[in-house]
Write a protein that binds this ligand. Structure first.
Ligand code: GRF
Length: 236
């Protein structure tokens, strides 16, 4: 989408806008990190991404480095988080989104007898927003092809995929014989936690599950905004 503004000296300034919706079910810490890092901000590509240590985490898989830009910048785009949608009315993420000025909506999944019916309603809502990307952030739903064939979406999972898929990724990674753990961002496909991987971040195991879990969430909050910028720019 393009946003046109006439400047004081009569020139027309056009900015590309990337429209994103975030789906979540609970706490919403990733939702908050995405809003704080991306919403209403301008970015531009700054060359190739070199796998690197970022905020203490090793991150790889991204193609480009992005930097914050200004609206005057010719190559810049602005990210707009146009909707934060929860399938549970009690999700704490709803408070976080409201506090940060992002529109919220609840679509109670428990009111739908069939997964396909919920997904159809969800797709109908999302289509109205003319999204560039749908971002799943702790959206605890198994999605049917009604959703996956209609919506371009990415997800974050707290393990180094393809290892430890499913709801207990953090605990299973921690209990495994692996010496390293991590986080993956991937395209959403019909099969759970199995779409093409966009980016991964790695951390070493820590002494307790609690400490490891806290570090995994810190890594998620660092990695996900970078991966969203990458995903919304893939077809530019
Ligand atoms: C995160 O660990 C994410 O990887 C997983 O669900 C959790 C959501 O946490 N898919 P939050 O709601 O963002 O705090």
């Amino acid at each position: 989408m393009l946003d046109s503004k006439v400047t004081k000296n009569g020139a027309v300034l056009e900015t590309r806008i990337k429209r994103i919706a975030i789906l979540f079910s609970g706490n919403g810490s990733n939702l908050e990190a995405l809003i704080r890092n991306l919403h209403g901000k301008y970015f531009k590509k700054q060359g190739k991404f070199i796998p690197k240590d970022s905020q203490g985490f090793l991150i790889g898989g991204l193609e480009y480095e992005f930097i914050e830009a200004t609206k005057e910048d010719q190559d810049a785009f602005r990210v707009e988080i146009v909707l934060a949608l929860s399938n549970k009315a009690e999700a704490y993420g709803l408070e976080r989104a409201k506090r940060l000025g992002v529109k919220t909506q609840v679509l109670e999944s428990k009111n739908f007898a069939k997964r396909e019916d919920f997904d159809k309603e969800l797709v109908g809502i999302l289509r109205e927003y003319e999204l560039d990307l749908c971002v799943l952030a702790g959206f605890m739903r198994i999605l049917t092809p009604v959703f996956t064939s209609a919506i371009r979406a990415i997800n974050i999972h707290p393990s180094l995929l393809p290892l430890f898929k499913g709801a207990n990724g953090i605990k299973e990674s921690f209990d495994s014989e692996m010496k390293l753990g991590g986080v993956s961002v991937h395209w959403v496909s019909e099969e759970l936690d199995s779409g093409e991987i966009i980016a991964q971040g790695v951390i070493a195991k820590l002494e307790s599950l609690e400490a490891y879990e806290a570090a995994i969430h810190q890594l998620e909050h660092c990695l996900y905004p970078l991966a969203v910028l990458e995903a919304i720019s893939r077809d530019d």
